[in-house]
Write a protein that binds this ligand. Structure first.
Ligand code: FAD
Length: 466
């Protein structure tokens, strides 16, 4: 154990909610922290801007937005600590669906002729959901039989086409991939995380931060007083018995006792680690477990309001959800819509004509006035994707390993979280855990240094208890 002079106690790589939570918690304990962020802003896959979209002017959230204060204890604590206001989205009066190519006015989720199929599917899904415990890694719950393609899971339900199409929404919503590409297990785990409530899968699109997610993440970062370097992507992370050396793409190097890797899982493979990360971590990063969501904000006239529409992506050109975010009175409404922006399959365009086609597919005769969106699939720093989306056969085998520290490296991102995986809450939770683990490591190392110093001054062999 060395008494090396480090530049920092901890270097955190990546300034999304996971990284900023780790930074703030370590700084709270008096550690000297450096945050290296590739972009010119914090927040990562949450990104709020105040801007105009047609006649609407206000906060636009391009990524993570909704929280659930009943159970997301970390978000509740952060929101309270920094005086952020939680608002509710308008409660819908209309619940139309577009399943198997057919418009259904709702509120019944499927046409009456398939209502028994709906009951059968609901029961089967909820039976599987009740096998899953939130907060316990998915490789520790004997769930590999559920780690199959979502499409195969839906086929196994043995229900009519409209019921199958309706439930396929869960996959599109949580993975922004088609049913053949994504595993059923994390989708069922998502429902388990919502207190085992399938209805809440829709209902959770409700509470959001009035000032924007950016206001919260910036408040957390300001509070930390940590050194923050923007537009500083990290290229290399090297560790030895002494500590960690982090080198940026520009060639600057910084040393620290520990490092927190808080980039998206898919971005780990863009960093050279020495020694290399475990085979599981390396493979899972390289396999690109990412979703392809487009989330757009649009001023729309002539659509029902307030509305919440669910569509099955397979028959709706990738569309899966749209709902009223703001009622603009005579100027219509702000609709937030999602579709799959698949790099290899047909989808709506991301220009005016594409979004207009989406709106008219869901709301025939409605008029698109203006829109705004961000293409996550072209964003290098989110790994050319959105939230995490696990392919079949992986997470039931690897979940614990993804979060296991390696030497002086600790891992934080919602992509590997065991509680609210894929959510902002999961990001904060994983960042807080990484901070605890890094602090514990530094305490252990400090004790060891002190014990060795004492032993050598006393001339007797003494070992530190762990
Ligand atoms: C369209 C969309 C809608 C969503 N909706 C919701 C929602 O309503 N509610 C919810 O809870 N969640 C939602 N999410 C998910 C949520 O946004 C994410 O789970 C969460 O933001 C991830 O946080 P993170 O800190 O783990 O990762 P990120 O936010 O991705 O942060 C990682 C950071 O690492 C940086 N980085 C990457 N590579 C490097 C490098 N080499 N060097 C330095 N820095 C690097 C990135 O720039 C980024 O800032 C949504 C996501 C998307 C895309």
């Amino acid at each position: 154990m060395s008494t090396h002079n480090f530049d920092y106690d901890t270097i955190v790589i990546g300034g999304g909610f996971a990284g900023v939570s780790a930074v703030r918690d370590l700084a709270d304990q008096g550690y000297h922290v450096l945050l290296l962020e590739a972009r010119n802003r914090l927040g990562g896959r949450t990104w709020s801007e105040t801007k105009k979209v047609g006649d609407f002017e206000g906060v636009v959230e391009h990524g993570g937005q909704w929280i659930w204060s009943d159970r997301q204890i970390n978000m509740v604590a952060e929101v309270a600590r920094y005086g952020i206001t939680v608002e509710h989205s308008p409660f819908p009066d209309y619940f139309p669906t577009l399943a198997h190519g057919e418009h259904n006015p709702g509120p019944l989720p499927v046409p009456l002729e398939e209502i028994y199929d709906f009951e059968k599917a609901y029961f089967r899904i909820m039976t599987d959901v009740h096998r899953i415990t939130r907060g316990v890694p998915l490789d520790k719950q004997n769930l590999s039989d559920l780690d199959i393609p979502w499409g195969e899971y839906l086929d196994n339900l043995g229900v009519g086409p409209k019921t199958r199409a309706f439930f396929s929404f869960i996959g599109a919503n949580n993975a922004a991939r088609y049913p053949d590409e994504t595993s059923a297990l994390p989708l069922l785990a998502f429902v388990a995380g919502l207190d085992h409530s399938l209805l809440r899968t829709w209902g959770v699109v409700d509470e959001y931060l009035k000032e924007g997610t950016g206001a919260l993440v910036n408040a957390m970062a300001d509070d930390s007083g940590a050194d923050i370097r923007y537009e500083t992507p990290v290229a290399r992370v090297e560790q030895n018995d002494d500590g960690v050396t982090v080198t940026t793409r520009a060639g600057d190097s910084f040393t620290a006792k520990t490092a927190v890797i808080a980039t998206p899982l898919v971005c780990w493979s863009d960093i050279v680690f020495s020694p290399v990360l475990s085979p599981v971590k390396t493979a899972m990063s390289a396999e690109r477990h990412v979703s392809y969501p487009i989330k757009f904000w649009a001023q729309v006239k002539g659509a029902p309001k307030p509305v919440a529409t669910i569509a099955d992506a397979d028959s709706s050109n990738g569309a899966f959800i749209a709902f009223t975010q703001h009622d603009l009175g005579d100027d219509g409404q702000v609709i937030v819509g999602f579709f799959i922006d698949h790099p290899d399959r047909p989808s709506f365009g991301t220009d005016f004509a594409g979004v207009e086609q989406f709106i008219q597919t869901l709301y025939p005769g409605a008029e698109l006035v203006a829109f705004d969106l961000h293409r996550w699939v072209t964003d290098e720093w989110s790994g050319n994707g959105g939230y995490v989306a696990f392919q079949p056969g992986r997470i039931s085998q690897t979940h614990s390993e993804l979060g296991r520290p390696e030497g002086k490296l600790f891992f934080a991102t919602s992509d590997i979280a065991t509680s609210f995986n894929g959510w902002i809450e999961g990001a904060v939770d994983s960042g807080k855990k990484a901070a605890v683990d890094a602090a514990r490591q530094m305490t252990r190392d400090a004790i060891e240094v002190a014990v060795r110093a004492h032993a050598s001054s006393a001339g007797a062999p003494v070992s530190a208890a762990r």
